[in-house]
Design a protein around this ligand. Sequence first.
Ligand code: GAR
Length: 220
Amino acid sequence: MADGTQSKCRAVCLISGSGTNLQAIIENINNKSLNIDLISVISDNPMAKGIQRAEKEGIDTKIIDYSTFEDRKEFDKSVEIQILDLDPDLIILAGYMKILDTNFCNIFSGKILNIHPSLLPKYKGLNTHQKVIDNNEKYHGASVHFVVPELDDGPVIIQYQCEVDKNDDHHSLQKKVLQGEYIIYSKALQWFSENRLVFDSGNIFLDGEALLKPRLIRKD
Ligand code: GAR
């Protein structure tokens, strides 16, 4: 990978929807703050706006339409075959809303990063912004983590934290959190692409040191 003597980190991005995280990643690649070769963008949803974003940039896209498969196993196998064929160094989940099967997580262990809209381990799963409001939380945010077979459970690399204001609703919180997602995801991706970030036997190492708690960026 990218350390001056080796080739660039080859990444595949999996999306299901709007793709604003993908857009931020593409912009950071284009302005050279992210040294990644985004070889393909894959969506399980043919209507995902992120596909248009990738096409506009001339990036290869693939649609593996979930609705056309007989069962979940066949779909999972098809995603696995496509990605094995691309042989990436890194798999970036950016709003990919399908749960990856255990086999996939094991094959690509240490190579899959995900962004989740909460301060993990709080609020795994869906509707995180509304849950945060319902529970009168003072803080909310986002987390980037390595993916393991258990949902939203892999070790967390970096988090973004913002305050929840009295007037916040689901939409305003989503907007605030997304702004932070773009910052922390590109940071984690850059560390990975420079071989500074490693996942080994369930532990994270950053610059050769065990990362015992996630790096934290607070909204100023
Ligand atoms: C982001 O908020 C991301 O954290 C979340 O989906 C949104 C995708 O937005 N991911 C998950 O909830 C995964 N569990 P985007 O398509 O505009 O990047």
